[in-house]
Design a binder for this molecule. Structure first.
Ligand code: UN1
Length: 517
């Protein structure tokens, strides 16, 4: 028996957010337009069509870039703290709309309601962060080698920022980029995942309210919709100096090359193959909580999801048993029901990738500690609900080396010193997030040292996922090297200028060069 959108409370959320059955997919802020083909947004929760969005055509795209480039000239003139005020208002609106937006995130993407709300909370948090930042876009001053000279640096807005986001964090990652870019004086064009276009339409409607209330020009916040072809218009466009892209390594390599070809800047946040090292001195209770949330949260579809658990032989069986017990407690089902821990995968392709990973483990003769499978029967009609699985594996297997965006956790055994575990942890192409569970200071510090984890994120006694917005987020190696959200990640959204001012009556040259006329 199918449940209607109204039964889920989704219809009400859509109404509150101004999302319709058929939506224009292109927006420059106040104006909405679009004549392109329709993208259908189907919920992985129960296969229901939530709504449709018109794809952006090349003509629409041209219009958007023109408007964005014009509005940049106005926006960059506004003092940064005033831009911060606009972001503050957006954050306020997100507080008001947290419930419907969180719900729509949960239903369109399939993550648990708690995580849907958590994602909107990340948006609110980054807005708050950006408001403070708007008064701190500082450069350094340096002492000049020449007398009567002053040297300093300043940061200027960059221009139009193109944001390509993924389905798994359909709204938060956009906010990490826009909230910072806006206070930095940039204007943004957002291409969300074609799997989650409605949450993007909802966010743009909210921003439209803010822009209208403040009588700001069109083009500060723009939305375009479509698949990789629409993304390509942006990556190849010299009018877009920075492309920030989140997604697969495969996608990132294409984007990076296209942007580099025109010597643009890119900020890449790509795949991870995140591991937790569990040493003999680990607190097992904490380990289980961190590992289970890391592996099954968001149904294993975070770029920070825990994929590998590298466990010392002394505690291996204990950890293995504790994990299989914990997995028995997991309830899988409709993510809008707060009793469920795990919702569906995004679509059938994701289910196939998951099944393929398990099949490959079995081909290698790997033992399934907790077997997987697709769930069937009432409540599982969409065919996207899978059982989180745990497999005993080896690090060098091709499937372990890859990121499978699904809840499959590989158990890897190590012997001897923590250095051996670190070598396994680093022995993959990706370098996003990593963690160690230990109460031993020496092990923890080794893991954090120059010879330790090679990832952008390295945690002690915390899992690999669930990073706070205050730190710079991103990773090394094939994760792409970009940093988003906290710390000084804002610098990538600006151009740096070094200024030297001579307030003397002579013109001495640097490096002691004499050039007498
Ligand atoms: C992502 O999966 O692309 O650290 C982002 C985390 C979240 C963000 C994940 N704060 O798990």
């Amino acid at each position: 028996m199918s449940i209607t959108l109204a039964d889920h409370g989704i219809q009400q959320a859509l109404d509150q957010l101004g999302v319709k059955e058929i939506n224009l997919g292109t927006s420059t802020g106040k104006q909405w337009f679009g004549t392109g083909a329709l993208i259908e947004s189907v919920s992985p929760v129960d296969n229901q069509l939530i709504g449709k969005v018109h794809e952006t055509t090349k003509e629409d795209y041209e219009k958007v870039v023109k408007v964005a480039s014009e509005s940049f000239k106005v926006w960059r003139k506004m003092p940064a703290p005033q831009r911060g005020e606009i972001v503050r208002q957006y954050g306020e609106l997100l507080r008001q709309y947290k419930e419907p937006l969180g719900k729509l995130v949960s239903y369109e993407m399939g993550k648990s309601l708690q995580e849907g709300y958590g994602e909107v909370q990340e948006m609110i948090d980054i807005c708050d962060f950006a408001v403070g930042l708007s008064r701190q876009l500082h450069g350094l001053t340096m002492h000049s080698e020449r007398p009567n000279h002053r040297m300093y640096e300043q940061y200027h807005p960059l221009g139009v920022v193109g944001i390509i986001s993924a389905f798994n964090f359909p709204v938060a990652v956009w906010s990490w980029n826009t909230a910072l870019a806006w206070v930095c004086g940039d204007v943004c064009i957002w291409k969300p995942s074609e799997k989650t276009p409605l949450t993007a339409v909802a966010c743009q409607h909210l921003m439209t309210k803010v822009l209208e209330q403040n009588d700001l020009p069109e083009g500060i916040s723009c939305l375009i919709n479509g698949d990789y072809r629409v993304g390509e218009w942006m990556t190849n466009d010299t009018r877009v100096p920075l492309i920030s892209a989140t997604g697969s390594i495969r996608m990132g390599k294409i984007v990076a090359q296209a942007v580099a070809k025109r010597l643009g800047k890119s900020l890449l946040e790509l795949g991870g193959n995140n591991a937790i090292i569990v040493t003999p001195d680990a607190d097992i209770k904490m380990t289980v909580i961190g590992a289970v949330f890391g592996a099954v949260g968001t149904c294993g579809q975070r770029c920070t999801s825990t994929r590998r658990l590298i466990v010392h032989e002394e505690v291996y069986d204990k950890v293995k048993n504790a994990l299989s017990e914990a997995y028995k407690q997991l309830s899988i089902g409709n993510p809008l029901d707060e009793r469920n821990h795990v919702g569906p995968l995004i679509d059938k392709d994701a289910v196939n990738n998951y099944l393929n990973a398990i099949a490959q483990v079995k081909e290698h003769g790997g033992n399934m500690v907790v077997d997987g499978g697709v769930l069937e029967g009432e409540g599982y009609d969409s065919g996207c609900y899978v059982k989180p699985a745990i497999a005993e594996a080896e690090n060098h297997w091709e499937i372990v080396q890859e990121e499978t965006f699904a809840p499959v956790l590989y158990l890897l055994k190590y012997t001897g010193d923590v250095e051996n575990a670190i070598a396994i942890q680093n022995g993959v192409k990706q370098g996003l997030s990593s963690a160690i569970m230990t109460t031993n200071l020496r092990e923890a510090e080794k893991f954090l040292s120059h010879a330790g984890s090679d990832c952008g994120i390295a945690n002690v006694n915390i899992g690999t996922s669930g990073a706070e917005i205050g730190g710079a987020f991103g990773g090394e190696k094939e994760t792409g090297g970009g940093r988003e959200s906290g710390s000084d990640a804002w610098k990538v959204y600006m151009r740096r200028q070094t200024n030297t001012i001579n307030y003397g009556a002579d013109l001495p040259l640097a490096q002691g060069i004499k050039f007498d006329l």
